[in-house]
Design a protein around this ligand. Structure first.
Ligand code: ADP
Ligand code: MG
Length: 746
């Protein structure tokens, strides 16, 4: 039997109890699973600090010195053991709260030790709690005893200089694959014990002694078993083409790097491989889809499109809108089913593109369906489309959860007979009882809320699948798009309609309220309107609602001469609509709301967007909200209000908003600051989430190369007959079995 599929239970140091923990907490059931459980960081153990150098802000330090006395303090649960530790440049306390007997028994005074741990400050004193301790190696002992200062001898400096760039290199494995050359001959084996892996473990595991160090012992035991080189997981020609480290070397070095160089190559190899298989999975799925489904051919540009274009279009299309419509048209007459992502910043005019594309579908005897993420947005789309269309003979209807009874039956019937040309709706349109006469186009105006599986469900409404256009509400970073929407072709609207003034954005603290009111007064006097938005993480959270109510009261008092209204998710749909409508008609001046107004809402006369507790919003959400103003010709303002004490990352995020209005830039920064796991929508996909080692925020270049490589495999071996690629299809099948989300795509 293959060692890798062996039950983890039988590995030396595991046993039934730990096996259970490993399986439940980390999903590690076999030796192979452990092999694929990579360290999350490495600690440079070559550098030995002087006690005089360290402070409480350092992540981890290694010291060499002697314990000169032990002391037990406190009683019962507060009992702790303190070892006074010195190295000739100073002294610190080592502290244990548990295992006190063991420690006192194991370590001796006046013996030389290497101590490793995270310094913290307690009562103005630096200490290290539960440090790792080892006997100092022979060559260090003498110095530890005499001077306690190793650096004066210069003995360690060559090692140190070798390793110091390590941490910075780890975070940027962004080198071009083609230029990578593994120089394993230069690997310095002396270093192998100096760089140690750190593994993430859960609290539950730590309580049972399965901490990072214990995990490191297990992986060491595992490598004792794995004497034979591990089988390659990529075809040799791909390994050679990109000068990759072999799989065997890579996994050994990822756990126990023989040098910083080797670690870098190991990471590169494993990141490439991971991204390559994700892309191979997506692209093979795309190929299957193309083989399986023919697309409806839209040859005609007829009276609907032309009638609109020549007689109803209220303004010139931007060049970007024209280009995107051309790209979509080309898809829709190709005989292949269109699956396209339309990216464009807030206010770039995607709705109009959707409408014009829908008119092409109608010209070819088909119906179109436009889906929005919320009811408010769906309703607004309906109004917008009807207004655009004017007296053109195109019937547009709405279907949401609140369309019921007779009205609903009429809509369902109109769809079946084909009397309805365009259906606008929410998730409600994917329900099974919604059937079309001939659905030719689906437009999904989404906020990253539809997964691949949901999109697929829409196709089942026809024998021939409709063309699919996905529009993102805000731009998403390229790397994320390639993964989340990797099965889609991409069109980008990179131009805003002319005559828009960039919105001026400022960050203010709660204490600045008088200045904020000043700005509000000024704009109101000019006849403008104002949004004030409160965060609402969950529509059910009462706390948030209280904030909003209090804000509403305060604003009503401060602006007695103006009409203030409020909108939140707890209100009845009809009341919500009425409040929105009154604001849109300029019957009210200030709208206090939760994020229900986030998407789509269009009131060009509004010129101020005030976002309360701005720290609680994601960047793309802030960008969306800000996009509600700046829709008219006047200067608009966005005020981001936070409390005075905010963290470093929050400050940076707010600063990004102040510095730029470019949605693509904001999306990239958001990915960098938060990481892909936290971005909205990545959860559904699972793809971006499942990554073990690659990071979409940083590994864009590797991703591009991985995708190109996967594409060329599929193009050059479409029938999968090349025996060199066998290894690759086999691996893909295994991976699909292991990753639920991967299967969802096929
Ligand atoms: P988004 O891409 O955010 O969905 P919208 O489709 O809501 O943007 O468009 C924003 C506003 O710009 C709307 O009022 C729309 O009518 C207007 N608009 C769209 N295209 C143009 C254009 N080519 N010229 C001028 N205004 C336009
Ligand atoms: Mg829109």
């Amino acid at each position: 039997m293959n060692i890798l599929s062996q039950d983890i239970k039988y590995l030396q140091g595991v046993g039934p109890n730990r096996a259970l923990l490993l399986a439940n907490e980390l999903g590690i059931k076999t030796v192979g699973d452990l092999l694929a459980y990579y360290p999350y960081k490495y600690v440079d153990r070559s550098r030995i600090y002087k006690i005089s150098e360290i402070d409480g802000s350092m992540p981890y330090v290694q010291l060499c010195g002697q314990i000169f006395s032990f002391e037990t303090i406190g009683e019962g649960r507060n009992k702790r053991l303190i070892a006074h530790f010195a190295d000739g440049t100073g002294s610190i306390d080592l502290v244990w709260f548990q295992g006190i007997k063991y420690v006192a028994k194991t370590y001796d005074c006046r013996k030389s030790y290497i101590v490793f741990g995270k310094p913290t400050v307690f009562n103005g004193h630096i200490q290290i709690a539960h440090p790792e301790i080892e006997n100092a190696p022979e060559h260090l002992k003498e110095q530890a005893r005499t001077t306690g200062n190793l650096f004066e001898t210069g003995q360690l400096s060559p090692l140190t200089s070798h390793l110091s760039p390590l941490t910075s290199q780890l975070s940027t494995v962004n080198c071009q694959l083609s230029t990578v050359n593994c120089q394993l001959s230069t690997v310095n084996c002396q270093l192998s014990t100096q760089v140690r892996p750190s593994y993430n473990t859960s609290e539950k595991m730590k309580r049972s002694g399965l901490n990072s160090a214990a995990m490191a012992k297990l992986t060491a035991n595992m490598f004792k078993l794995l004497k034979e080189p591990l089988a390659e997981t990529l075809p040799p020609y791909i390994v050679q083409q990109h000068h990759l480290m072999s799989y065997d070397e890579a996994v050994r070095n990822i756990h126990y790097p023989s040098s910083p160089e080797a670690l870098r190559h190991a990471q590169l190899r494993l990141k490439f491989e991971e991204l390559f298989y994700v892309q191979l999975n997506i692209l093979r799925y795309v190929k299957d889809r193309q083989l399986r489904y023919k697309g409806i051919v839209f040859n005609t540009i007829g009276e609907h499109f032309n009638g609109f274009f020549y007689n109803h279009l209220p303004f010139q299309l931007t060049e970007a809108q024209k280009r995107v419509i051309r790209e979509i048209r080309a898809d829709m007459k190709s005989g292949r089913q269109m699956n396209r992502l339309l990216q464009g910043d807030v206010g770039s005019g995607k709705t109009l593109v959707a409408l014009m594309v829908a008119l092409i579908a109608i010209d070819n005897g088909c119906q179109a369906c436009i889906m929005a993420p919320t009811e408010i947005l769906a309703e607004q789309h309906l109004d917008t489309l009807r207004e655009f269309l004017g007296d053109l003979p195109v019937r547009v209807e709405l279907l949401t959860g609140t369309v019921k009874g007779k009205k609903r039956r009429a809509v369902l019937e109109g769809l079946v007979t084909g009397d309805i040309h365009i259906l606008v709706g929410t998730h409600a349109v994917i329900e099974d009882n919604v059937m079309f006469n001939k659905l030719g186009l689906v437009v999904i105006d989404e906020q990253h809320r539809f997964g691949v599986a949901q999109r697929a469900k829409l196709w089942m409404k026809n024998n021939v699948p409709p063309h699919v256009l996905v529009m993102t509400a805000t731009p998403i970073p390229r790397t994320l798009a390639m993964t989340l929407y990797g099965d889609l072709d991409v069109s980008i609207i990179d131009e805003l309609p002319p005559g828009r003034k960039p919105i001026r954005t400022v960050h203010m603290f709660d204490a600045h309220r008088p200045r904020i009111y000043q700005l509000m007064h000024r704009e109101l006097e000019l006849g403008r309107q104002i949004y004030i938005v409160y965060p609402l993480i969950q529509e059910t959270e009462r706390m948030d609602l209280k904030d909003l109510e209090a804000g509403f009261e305060e604003i009503s008092k401060a602006f007695p001469n103006y009409k203030v209204s409020k909108v939140h998710g707890k209100m009845k749909s009809a009341d919500k609509d009425e409040a929105m409508q009154r604001f849109a008609n300029h019957e009210t001046h200030i709208l206090v709301s939760t994020t229900v107004i986030e998407v789509g809402v269009n009131v060009p006369n509004a010129s101020v967007m005030i976002i309360e507790n701005a720290e609680r919003f994601g960047l793309s959400q802030l960008h969306q909200l800000r996009g509600r103003v700046g829709r008219g010709a006047d200067q608009s303002y966005c005020v981001l209000v936070t409390k005075f004490e905010i963290g470093e990352t929050t400050r940076k995020r707010i600063q990004v908003m102040v510095d730029t209005t470019d949605g693509f830039e904001i999306a990239e920064q958001d990915l960098k600051l938060r990481g892909p796991g936290d971005l909205e929508g990545t959860q559904q996909s699972g793809m971006a989430f499942d990554l073990k080692i690659a990071n979409l925020a940083r590994d864009g270049q590797i991703l591009t190369i991985a995708r190109d490589t996967a594409q060329s495999v599929i193009t050059s071996d479409p029938e999968e007959r090349n025996p060199q690629n066998d290894i690759l299809w086999r691996r893909l099948r295994e991976l699909r079995k292991d990753h639920v989300n991967w299967g969802a795509i096929s």
